[in-house]
Design a binder for this molecule. Structure first.
Ligand SMILES: *Cc1c(COP(=O)(O)O)cnc(C)c1O
Length: 384
């Protein structure tokens, strides 16, 4: 069997196009800034008719993402939420979906406010520990998870869940934003659909919104293609090019972010004001062994709890190099306060149950020099 290329190489080269030339031999894929395409003759097409259906730059990006996630098709959309909203259109009124309790706040908001209104019902459980099989009903069509979860970093065994779902012909959907395809490939572990906010690690520079749906099933790909053509949230040519460019450095960015995350996680562990450090790369993390089995790394996201609300707020007020901002997965280190930011719209009882309190802080560790990040944290923690 031919050896499979490493993912670092796949971020740069599509094997199917190896050695091929466009007109000028451009190394960077061109931006086809066009809405429509002329036909060579009656009944003929260049393969492109109108950019809502497909655009060459978007298609190039989709091929790269499909290759990284080992899917047969990927769709690039205008944001992660646009991708998840389109995904929900494959379900019908009366369908039931099991969702992880600890999800990106925007996903919870979409499910509760839009999908429920459209007749879809949800059961929200902790997929990393609860009995998922026991929650399956006759009309259950899908299980929707993130692993590690946002922000509590719970780790779910994807293959084990895929076995439960597969037996009953239920779709397993995994939002793989936190680890990116560089560290984890859910489709290989038995998932049917992978979701990404491309705004995060794939784009990687905190400058572009994007979202992806990836699948390895022909029937699902067909449904998605119909939906993107019909509802129209495909990613623009220029933004497609920005994400393509971001992906070229995905590997080195993820490696560096992870290296810094380890440094910071260990530093935080030594701080008196920190009551808990949630990073799945720490051997004491309950998901550590599963992560070692199903992922190639632990990522650059970590959450920690501090002694009280006042201390959490003082950290947010003092950071300079680290920026107090929503979002994650970019080259710049960001600190987020899930309670009032990403998870503000999640009902209080769910936040409490999930452990998101006014003492919870989340770091998206960037690629700065580790020593500078530690110096910043030391100042923030210890200087008044
Ligand atoms: C940001 C995010 C989303 C939503 O993506 P947008 O690009 O902001 O629309 C979905 N899931 C996760 C895990 C995210 O972090």
């Amino acid at each position: 069997m031919e050896r499979e290329r490493g993912i670092g190489t796949k971020c740069l080269h599509l094997e199917s196009e190896e050695g091929s030339f466009d007109h000028y031999g451009a190394i960077s894929y061109p931006i086809y800034q066009t809405a429509t395409y002329a036909h060579p003759g009656v009944g003929q097409s260049t393969g492109y008719d109108y950019s809502r259906l497909q655009n060459p730059t978007r298609e190039q990006l989709e091929k790269v993402v499909a290759s990284l996630e080992k899917g047969i098709d990927a769709l690039a959309m205008s944001s992660g939420m646009a991708a998840i909203a389109l995904l929900m259109e494959i379900f019908r009124p009366g369908d039931h979906i099991i969702v992880d309790a600890d999800l990106y706040g925007g996903s919870i908001r979409l499910f509760r406010n839009i999908s429920e209104k459209n007749g879809i019902t949800f059961t929200s459980i902790d997929c990393y520990k609860d009995d998922v099989a026991a929650c399956i009903r006759e009309n259950t069509r899908a299980i929707y998870i993130e692993t590690p979860t946002n922000p509590m970093m719970h780790v779910t065994d994807i293959a084990a869940l895929a076995a439960i779902a597969g037996e009953r012909d239920i779709l397993l959907i995994v939002d793989n934003t936190f680890l990116s395809p560089y560290f984890q490939n859910p489709l290989e572990l038995g998932a049917d659909i992978v979701v990404h906010s491309g705004t995060k690690y794939l784009g990687g520079h905190n400058d572009t919104l994007a979202g992806f749906l990836v699948t390895n099933r022909e029937d699902i790909s067909e449904k998605f293609r119909f939906l993107i053509k019909t509802t129209g949230a495909g990613l623009s040519p220029f933004d497609s090019w920005l994400i393509l460019r971001g992906i070229k450095t995905l590997g080195i960015r993820m490696d560096r972010a992870q290296e810094n995350a380890f440094l910071i996680a260990n530093w935080l562990k030594g701080q008196e004001a920190v009551t808990q450090v949630l990073y799945p790369g720490l051997p004491e993390h309950p998901g550590y062994e599963i992560m070692k089995r199903q992922a190639r790394g632990f990522g650059g996201m970590l959450t920690f709890q501090v002694k009280d609300k006042e201390f959490a707020l003082s950290i947010l007020g003092k950071v300079r190099l680290i920026r107090y901002a929503e979002s994650l997965g970019g080259v710049e280190t960001l600190i987020t306060y899930p309670y009032t930011q990403t998870h503000a719209d999640v009902p209080e009882e769910i936040r409490v149950k999930n452990g998101i309190t006014q003492q919870t802080l989340r770091l998206s560790v960037g690629i700065e020099d580790g020593a500078d990040l530690l110096e910043e944290l030391s100042d923030v923690f210890h200087k008044s």
